[in-house]
Structure formats: structure tokens, C-alpha cells
Design a binder for this molecule. Structure first.
Ligand code: ZN
Ligand code: ZN
Length: 367
């Protein structure tokens, strides 16, 4: 049995436990995780019906038939031709494999036009999200997934450390230029492009956690560098805040120390059996005690797998119990509007007795 089929059978057991009749998967991470198919979402209906019992059925555009058959272990791949209405093919597939009653779980990323097509053929019944059944399975990574995540982390660390070594040549260039430079270096180091648009936020722009712009990086600017690549489809995501030369603004050093301590405390709090909110609390306590609580404007972290943001989320209200194999970011930050921001981010994997960091680029601000 292939790894994808084994995952699918596990998912079906969870569908039965949940009383669901079928999961309808759209192009994206869930589909890739269970079938190996990496189609891109588009206006053409492409989905996989995964009934709680029996074998899955693909409904795909004719022009994608060959590549879907080649990519997946699923043998029932039905195609519809461009000039035809895919609803008839979908309806036949539903008749053949989906029970008459029971909940229909839809992929959270499915386009609305395809949701309406599914609705039109399954009739009046309850709907839910595939993620409720599949999220807990995807959250625990297997050995091959961890290997890919480790390698993606290593590529990113290598690029981060290389940037520090070339600090002098980076001064005087714009944030956008540096973002392109990061992208080029990630590919040169063996990564599959970027896992998200790299964030290079200099000076006061660092106070906007997801800033993209073209400010020139000046001597003494704190610079938030947040980027990642993919290896075997699995992403990395790491952040450092550095000063490429010169003296940082007042209070920067203090804030950097606080964020670094908060990150260390949160990583220290990661243990199997604790709730995710315990990790968030560990970071937040350090930042609050230093008087910057209001400036820590986001959750402490997010799960990372085929998607850069996925379960488990490390937030103040998350009661998810951490289990070995879960991978998530630990990324506290302090953002002082109009002045600067500091964020430090590593990915960690929960182990049997704590956690392992997937990033080890130097965390200090002076490079
Ligand atoms: Zn990040
Ligand atoms: Zn992140």
C-alpha cells in the first residue's frame, strides 16, 4: 500500500467516526496529501470524491486525465470534455460511490463555483469541512515529511547566514531588491522557489508584521527578514531581525532581548501532552512582564506542512494537545508603530520529550 493510500484509509476511518458520507477534495494540500495529485485550482471542475467506504473517484477535465492517472494510486479517474457540462460526470460519480445520507465534507479551499456544482448533485444534506477529519492526521508528520521539512529549514538557514556574511553589500538596496535577492539565493541553495513572498521590512516598516515595500535599507535600520522555500513540496518559514551595520535606534536592543527570551521560553514550553496555548502563554508572559504586551499583536505560531499556515495554531485560545510529529512556528514579535519591529521565528517539531528546532541560523541582531 502506498503512503497516499494508507493516509486515505486512515482518513476514511475518521469520516466514518464523524458520520460523514463523503469528503470532496479540491486541488490543494488535502488532495496532494491523500492522492499525490498536484493540480492547480482553476475554473475547470477537478475533484476527488472520497466516500467513507469504498474507493475514491476522481472527476477531472479531459486534458488533465493522463497526468492525474500518472500521479495517483486512485484507479477510478473519470474525465469530462471541455465543451461538456461536468455536472453530469460528477452526478454519475456521486451516484456510484456516495451514500444517500450523511454529511458532505468540502475542502476548505474549494472555489465557490465548484461548491455550487457539488451542492447541485448531492441534494439537501448537511455540509462541513474536510479539515475537521483530515486536520489531525495532517498535523502529525511522518518520517519522510519531517525529512523534507528539515532540509527546507537547512536551505533557509544557509541563505539567512549567507545574507549576514554579505551585510555590507546589502546596505543601500531596497526592500524589494533584497526580497528578490533572497529568492534567487534560495533557488541557488537547492530550494523550490519561495514558500511565500519574502518579507524584508526595514526601519519603521518592521512594525508592520507582513510589510512589502521598497524602502532603502540604511545603516542602523533594524531589518525583519522572514522567508522560506520548499523541498519535496514542504516549506520552511523563519525570521531574524538584524542590523546590517551601524547603531540601532534607542530601545531596539532591549526589545530584541525581550523577544529572544520570549522565543526561548516558548520553545522550552513545547512538550507532548501540553496544550498549544501553553506555548503561546510562555512567550506572552515574557513580553508582558517587560511592558510590551500590547505590542505583541499576533499569535505565537502556526502549524507548517504542505501549507505554510495549517493546524495546529499556537494561540492564546488553542486547546489542541501537542503530539510528537507536530510541526509549527514559534515566532513572537514586538511592533512599535513608526519606529521598528522585532520578530524571531523558528520551526519546531514536537518530539517524545520536548522539541527539536528546524532552524539554527544565529538569532542575534548584530551581524
Ligand atoms: Zn515567517
Ligand atoms: Zn510563520
Amino acid at each position: 500500500m502506498t503512503v497516499h493510500e494508507r493516509r486515505t484509509r486512515d482518513c476514511q476511518a475518521r469520516l466514518r467516526d464523524a458520520g460523514a458520507a463523503v469528503a470532496v477534495l479540491a486541488p490543494g494540500a488535502n488532495l496532494r496529501y491523500l492522492t499525490g495529485v498536484t493540480e492547480t485550482p482553476s475554473e475547470r471542475l477537478c475533484c476527488c470524491l472520497l466516500p467513507s467506504d469504498g474507493d475514491p473517484v476522481f472527476v477531472v477535465p479531459d486534458l488533465s486525465g493522463a497526468q492525474v492517472r500518472e500521479a495517483t494510486w486512485v484507479s477510478d479517474v473519470r474525465t469530462w470534455r471541455d465543451a461538456a457540462d461536468p455536472t453530469a460526470t460528477l452526478e454519475d460519480a456521486v451516484d456510484d460511490c456516495v451514500a444517500d445520507t450523511g454529511e458532505v465534507l468540502l475542502d476548505g479551499t474549494m472555489w465557490a463555483r465548484h461548491v455550487l456544482a457539488v451542492q447541485s448533485v448531492v441534494g439537501d444534506r448537511p455540509f462541513g469541512l474536510v479539515e475537521t477529519a483530515l486536520g489531525p492526521l495532517r498535523a502529525r508528520k511522518d518520517a519522510a515529511e519531517l525529512d523534507a521539512l528539515r532540509r527546507a529549514g537547512a536551505v533557509t538557514d544557509e541563505v539567512m547566514t549567507g545574507l549576514f556574511a554579505d551585510a555590507d553589500s546589502l546596505l543601500g538596496r531596497s526592500e524589494a531588491e533584497l526580497a528578490r535577492e533572497v529568492e534567487r539565493r534560495l533557488v541557488d541553495a537547492g530550494g523550490e522557489g519561495v514558500s511565500f513572498e519574502p518579507i524584508v521590512a526595514a526601519g519603521p516598516n518592521g512594525a508592520k508584521p507582513h510589510h512589502h515595500g521598497d524602502r532603502t535599507v540604511e545603516r542602523g535600520d533594524p531589518v525583519v527578514l522572514d522567508f522560506g522555500t520548499r523541498v519535496d513540496g514542504y516549506p520552511s518559514d523563519t525570521t531574524r531581525t538584524v542590523v546590517l551595520g551601524g547603531d540601532p535606534p534607542a530601545e531596539f536592543e532591549t526589545v530584541h532581548d525581550v523577544v529572544l527570551s520570549a522565543q526561548a521560553a516558548a520553545v522550552e514550553a513545547v512538550d507532548p501532552g501540553v496544550e498549544a496555548r501553553t506555548v503561546d502563554r510562555a512567550a506572552r508572559e515574557v513580553i508582558e512582564a517587560a511592558g510590551y504586551g500590547d505590542a505583541f499583536v499576533h499569535r505565537t505560531g502556526h502549524g507548517v506542512g504542505l501549507e505554510v499556515h495549517e493546524a495546529p495554531y499556537v494561540s492564546a485560545d488553542s486547546t489542541t494537545t501537542l503530539e510528537p510529529g507536530m510541526v509549527f512556528s514559534v515566532e513572537p514579535g514586538v511592533y512599535l508603530e513608526g519606529r521598528f519591529g522585532v520578530r524571531i521565528e523558528d520551526l519546531v517539531v514536537v518530539t517524545d520529550d520536548g522539541c527539536e528546532r528546524l532552524n539554527d541560523a544565529p538569532r542575534g541582531w548584530r551581524v
